[in-house]
Write a protein that binds this ligand. Sequence first.
Ligand SMILES: *[C@@H]1O[C@H](CO)[C@@H](O)[C@H](O)[C@H]1NC(C)=O
Ligand SMILES: *[C@@H]1O[C@H](CO)[C@@H](O)[C@H](O)[C@H]1NC(C)=O
Ligand SMILES: *[C@@H]1O[C@H](CO)[C@@H](O)[C@H](O)[C@H]1NC(C)=O
Ligand SMILES: *[C@@H]1O[C@H](CO)[C@@H](O)[C@H](O)[C@H]1NC(C)=O
Ligand SMILES: [Ca+2]
Length: 519
Amino acid sequence: MAHLCLLHLALLHLLQLCCPTGFIDLPASVDILESTRPRSVVVEFRIQSAKPDPIVQIVSLTPDSRVFETPIVSRVNASNIFTVQIILNDSLDYETVGLHSLRLALVAGGDRVERTFHVQVIDVNEPPQFLFSIVAIQPDTAKGQFNIDGRGGVMSSQSFDYQNGPRVQNISVFENGGAGDLVASVRANTTTLDVQYTFVKSYPPYTIGREDGIITTAFNLDLESDRSLEHRVLLVRAFSVSEGRRGTATVTVNVLDVNEHAPFCVPSVFVLTVPETTEIGKSLGTVMCGDIDVSNQNVLLTLHDNDASLYHFRLQNSQLQVNGSLDYDTAIIASNSFQYEASILATDTGTPPLTTVIPIMITVTPVNEHDPWFVGPFEIVVPENARWGSVVGTVKAEDGDWRFDALRYSIPGGDALFSINPVGGELYLKGSLDFEEREMYSLSVQAVDFDQDADLTVQRTGFAAITIRVQNLNDNPPVCDPVSYESTIFSTRSAGLPILNLSCTDRDGKLLTATITNG
Ligand SMILES: *[C@@H]1O[C@H](CO)[C@@H](O)[C@H](O)[C@H]1NC(C)=O
Ligand SMILES: *[C@@H]1O[C@H](CO)[C@@H](O)[C@H](O)[C@H]1NC(C)=O
Ligand SMILES: *[C@@H]1O[C@H](CO)[C@@H](O)[C@H](O)[C@H]1NC(C)=O
Ligand SMILES: *[C@@H]1O[C@H](CO)[C@@H](O)[C@H](O)[C@H]1NC(C)=O
Ligand SMILES: [Ca+2]
């Protein structure tokens, strides 16, 4: 029983404790001379693994580079011990990166163990280093003076000494220059002919000419499709195999936005029909604008009127509102098919700014707002001999609604003696007048408007009382009593005695005079 138990423990030990997967003697860090040649072994350490094919990966490397090759794992003997070598892939440069931190993962079957490992680069003073100068090839446009059509590199033309001068060159290029656009030229200050230029690591947007050190864009750099292009730090290395020397320069490339896109707005046009009585402050809609360009996404909205629409609209927080009473009833608006025209300009903040125009076309519909009113005459004098059918006068009414003359005249209930022309307002006599019978008539007339409202059944009426005065004419002869008189008087009749008292009247009521026409 005790033996069995021991055996059992030993098995357990073999299975679980004997050979856990792990790093055996990986140091926390190693020091390595900056002058160490590529292909040299940086570190060799052991791992153990129960599984036959362990692999060791560099999970991450800070700073990111390709300085190290993929670790090489080899089996030592029949045991579970393996050796791992990390080999230098490229030359080191203390001035660029002094410390590389590697995160290593040992993966064996389902097991995974991670460790961090540091490579400390030891500075080797190995003058003369290359002296680099960076020279602008494109027009030497001074910073801040670039403009939209003068595409091209903008940079300091100051050269720098790798050892003593500024370590970073700041280059600016405009976006959308296409593939192959010149960015900068890096040149090693040496007479050696076999200088070659490379990027320390790959920067997909850029390529560098191996022989000439000319950095160009690998594809069209469009900030609108990739914002991260805005700033990129490029490490450029030059090396001479014959001289066994090298140097590194840091080039910061800034991609400047070009204002290529005018703002886009919704709605892109306002076409509305509203009643002329639409109240002030009423919203006609809200404009929403955006801009694709990365550097000028603010959009300013301004309202532009014309003479007819001046002050009638306003913009309040992107909302188009009625600002002044709209009117259907003016000749100006009628001449423009009852349409108010204005526009909203949406302007971005680019240099130079780009603008999108949002046309506004607001058609007003009529509302019958006013009763017609009579302007006179309100008193008409008609000679009593006016003939049947003659025009005794013309009344006139007006209206505040367009069209102002869209009126029809009538006499409510009709009249026995007068009629009116519905269109012209002429009053006709349809009987005869006699001052002696009736001196005055009071006539009620009305004017009814039409076509002054979007709803054609909406009509309004104005009334007036017209006084018609009959003008007296001398149309009746005097009437005397007696009509004839015959009498015999004595010749001795004394003078001065009355013979006859004539009583005469005249219906026209004039002062009468009598004269003896003969005898
Ligand atoms: C296998 O290698 C390890 C490490 O070098 C060593 O300790 C061990 O004795 C070797 N085993 C045999 C069987 O050679
Ligand atoms: C480099 O240039 C860009 C664009 O002109 C500017 O925004 C940035 O501040 C500059 N950086 C340095 C370090 O001069
Ligand atoms: C190039 O190097 C020489 C000496 O090595 C130095 O005198 C010269 O100023 C350098 N030129 C530039 C442009 O840095
Ligand atoms: C709106 O109307 C007021 C007067 O009522 C005027 O002072 C103002 O300028 C108008 N606004 C616009 C944008 O036309
Ligand atoms: Ca009216």
